[in-house]
Design a protein around this ligand. Structure first.
Ligand SMILES: [Zn+2]
Length: 241
């Protein structure tokens, strides 16, 4: 049987002299592994369409177990990202986190759309502006928070994740186990807490309440991203276990 998938190529792994295994995130089945036979031969046309960070239609011949890729039609190659070192670095960082958090072969249209829209937004920014490091950073950080939200780890940012009192600006903490921000009174009795800045709380709320494609418009300074980055890493670390 041959199957068609809408796929985003996440990674490629060399296996043997001419073959590769591709890690692919699909609209139809979530994360899958697929083999491409002879893809490393010099005249193989398939390889170019299967580079990581490519959106394509792939055709898979499936018998038992892992399928073989028989063809790929590119839809979006994301050339601007691939030619921009700092964009590329950010996207690879995001994909690394994605690979750690999304490990199952399980259909999830929302997550597929989020990943695709993140790449489209990064591509757009790369084309529009030269000095876009800060925008790359904001978008990528927003992507991580939205990904956690999609996967069922939405961060509580409005009321204390422990006592449910409304949070007030000034002194607050993040606790991964509680899944959100906790007030100073609760923080006193809580291990593994990280101080969270008011600016970080504001940013995370914006990330969670807005579409990924609109996050490039956020105005902030790069120093304001330091704290929410630490919070994101702590949340990912806790979810992965
Ligand atoms: Zn509290």
């Amino acid at each position: 049987m041959e199957y068609k998938y809408n796929a985003i190529i996440l990674n490629k792994i060399d296996t043997g002299e001419t073959d590769r295994v591709y890690v692919v995130y699909t609209l139809e089945a979530g994360r899958i592994l697929a083999r491409a036979i002879g893809v490393k031969k010099p005249n193989a046309k398939l390889a170019g369409n299967l580079e990581p960070i490519t959106y394509c239609e792939i055709f898979l011949a499936k018998g038992k177990g892992r399928g073989n890729i028989t063809g790929a039609i590119p839809i979006e190659l994301f050339f601007a990202i691939k030619e921009n070192i700092s964009a590329l670095e950010k996207v690879f960082g995001a994909l690394k986190i994605f690979n750690r958090l999304v490990t199952q072969e399980e259909k999830d249209e929302k997550t597929f759309q989020l990943l695709l829209n993140y790449l489209i937004a990064m591509e757009k920014i790369t084309k529009e502006t030269k000095e876009s490091n800060l925008k790359f950073d904001i978008l990528t950080l927003g992507f991580v928070f939205k990904l956690l939200q999609n996967l069922g780890y939405e961060m509580e940012t409005k009321k204390c994740a422990k006592c449910a009192k409304k949070l007030v600006a000034g002194e607050n903490y993040f606790n991964a186990e509680r899944g959100g921000i906790i007030c100073p009174a609760c923080a006193r009795m809580q291990n593994n807490k990280i101080r969270i800045t008011d600016e970080a709380v504001k940013l995370i709320r914006i990330f969670l309440d807005n579409k990924i494609e609109n996050l490039g418009k956020i105005k902030t300074e790069s120093q304001n991203l330091r704290n929410p980055k630490i919070i994101a890493m702590e949340a990912v670390r806790w979810v992965v276990g």
